[in-house]
Design a protein around this ligand. Sequence first.
Ligand code: SF4
Ligand code: SF4
Length: 500
Amino acid sequence: MSEKISLLNITPSHDNGLAIDLTLDGTRKKPHSSAQSKQSLGNNNLSALINSGKIYTKRTSGYFQRLRRYFSYLLLMLFFVMPWLEIADKPAVLFDLAAQKFHILGMTFWPQDAVFLVYLLVLACILLVAATLIIGRVWCGFSCPQTIWTFLFIWVEDKCEGDRNQRIKLDKQPWSRTKVLRKSTKHTLWILISLATAYSFVGYFYPIKALLIDTFTMQMHYLAVFWLIFFVLGTYLNAGWLREKVCLHMCPYARFQAVMYSEDTLVVTYDTQRGEQRGKRKASTDLATTGLGDCVDCSLCVQVCPVDIDIRDGMQYPCIDCGLCIDACDTVMHKMGYASGLIRFSSANDPSGKRNLLKLPKIQWLMALSLTATLVFGYSLLARESLSIDVIRDRSGILYQLRDGGIENTYQVKINNKGAELESFQLAIIAKAPFILRGNNNIYVQRGKVDTLMVSVWIALEDINDYQSDIRFVVRSSHQTGENEAPIAEQLSSFIAPVN
Ligand code: SF4
Ligand code: SF4
């Protein structure tokens, strides 16, 4: 009798690697022998996977391959183009650490805007949890940089050395002129992509045009040199050599994503009921008389898998839900004249994978939460003050009476024009007592800049009533004249005076 297990039981097992022997109907089954599929031999065993060395991924085409390709094109284009774009004479995206300001899509953020980073991280977490709960490791399979760059490098490998069988053959061949040429072309292209990646990445922190000029004039900051070398090596090693091993042994998300799964989570699964008894046959073979299932044991699903696992052995920890095995198997099913979907996205509660997930209350709650978090983030961004004022009373000086019979306090006023259209402002004070603002109160602050000025506030001795009085510093447009005009920014400070 078969034993029912939960989708959440994702536990490493020593005898069967990290495989979860889960099939569509939630029953455990024995892993297949090497006679059934040479690729399945030991592929579910972690140590075997590490020692298995290079994975020769077969080229495939289909719905999920197209989907990932277009999505990768979009993300790669954004990544490489964004550092070059400018919005309103400012870089579209530049994390200018030296100047302590971030330019993002025409907005300038300062260290005091760190709360938006917190909002963004919370929003990203909610969206990641929601996406994982609904479609498993969709992030890993379709949008993780490790996956995208690995696919880009495999594409280059495929163009230089040919498809899977040609690559295996080439690697077995002794060194020859052709082999050296193909291998050196591949590695040169990999290094060029790594260089472009490193320059683009550093270009998010160091204006990219200046970075290129500084490279050619050999005037680059040593930190920029360090990060360029780091990212060239990182990209080349990660996408060229380590590939799936990064997901298996280095990525923290891969470690805890299982806790976000539920019995409704869609994951790539093999339909055991329909596929077994697997076996080779002709398209004309009568399945009813032979007792065969729909799986023709062609092993294409294993050959296209970027992490080299056999999905027929059940849901497994290394699987990144990329859907390539679905594409490969659907092609075979189509050729054999069988229905597609022997391997498909499905969940423990919905083996067919056809249920409308949007009708599940849990999913509706998650989507509502994601939408609310997005709206809160969007609103807080739009409502962000475009100008801020920071007033610090000089606490170092001792109180003294001026010859003119008044008392004076000095203040450092910092005006930060985060993106206000205006650049010319007036500083004023509002208080109950007849305080007078002394010093230059006309300020000119360019968009995206901070200006600091020293001002003093004076009051006649006979007008002092309290040891400490509230004073509100306000910034108005220089075009506004009336005191009743609403200030653009304001900050409360205090005035200290001897009462007697
Ligand atoms: S088993 Fe299928 S979905 Fe999972 S990583 Fe391999 S090809 Fe992608
Ligand atoms: S691709 Fe489909 S038919 Fe071929 S071995 Fe995999 S599951 Fe079986």
